[in-house]
Design a protein around this ligand. Sequence first.
Ligand SMILES: Cc1ncc(COP(=O)(O)O)c(C=O)c1O
Length: 371
Amino acid sequence: MTTTATAAPRLENPSARLHDASVRGFASDNYSGVHPEVLAALAAANEGHQVSYGEDDYTARLQGLMEEHFGPGIECFPVFNGTGANVLSLQSLLPRWGAVVCASTAHINMDENGAPERIGGIKLLHVPTPDGKLTPELIDREAWGWGDEHRAQPLAVSITQTTELGTCYTPDEVRAISDHAHAKGMKLHMDGARLANAAAHLNVPLRAFTRDAGVDILSFGGTKNGLLYGEVVVALNPEAAHGLIFLRKMNMQLASKMRFLSAQFIALLEGDLWLRSASHANAMAARLRAAVDTIEGVEPTQKTESNGVFAVLPAGIADRLRESFRFYDWDEAAREVRWMCSFDTSEDDVDAFVAAIRRELAAHHADTEAG
Ligand SMILES: Cc1ncc(COP(=O)(O)O)c(C=O)c1O
């Protein structure tokens, strides 16, 4: 498996470019552009006419490819974005009175502007976790009160793979959660915005920690792994999910030119692009982590099990680094930052960033000693 970063495609009309293409940072895996193989697939799909709203040859091929990855009997629904994928997945699992148990750090809880509640009409019951991962014990903090008309009924669990904190559930951990949830009459959703990064980290097929581990419905992410845009809702257990075709339209996630969503996922899944890109992003995060582990003053806060590194920095350092490299605070009060790598992050990018961190911390230590 190569971990060489992918070069940007040659530009036909450089004067149309409005940004400095040499600038790359560590803010998010959706700051990167489109993988050249995905762009090529879009161009190839862009000839002639195809039936709209998913009745096209690309969407049929994508269904076949998803079956190759997850096994027969699954149903897939391409959508525009991750928030939409999550909302319609969860809606399909629940009646009007249903609630979802999730980690407090879950994207559905923190970063979707209440869309599951406001658009989906779904109550979220969120639980603090040390590392973004739910366990059966943590789920039980909110999984109670069935039959009580005063309490939103906990009828589903949502986990994120890899988590918002860059950690990864093992197949056994997912299985323990699905067994626990199912025993209590709850269904299991997985937010797989970074699903490929999990497979790369675990070194197992996608189905090992999804369908084979008891997940009922999956939001399969593409945007963070080199697509222009797009995710796929995969009903791994279609009997658990109701009305997905109607919910997709109601939630404004039905693309009329669906062939372009599907063509991108075909580019990702037909060969090994999904794994190549995710492995590369993970390898760059591992490189960054290994380097910052040797820098006094940087305190990593989580295991690096995917494409992100989380760390606490001394006061003032993050803002100085941000003069040259973009990245986000994760918990500003705790001075915790998040550094994300992407399919196109290069070793040179990481090394330049590490050098900047070293410089800033050396200056900080010198100031502290002098002061
Ligand atoms: C864990 C997770 N889920 C879902 C999403 C999808 O979000 P969007 O609606 O921006 O595509 C993201 C993006 O940041 C994410 O990190």
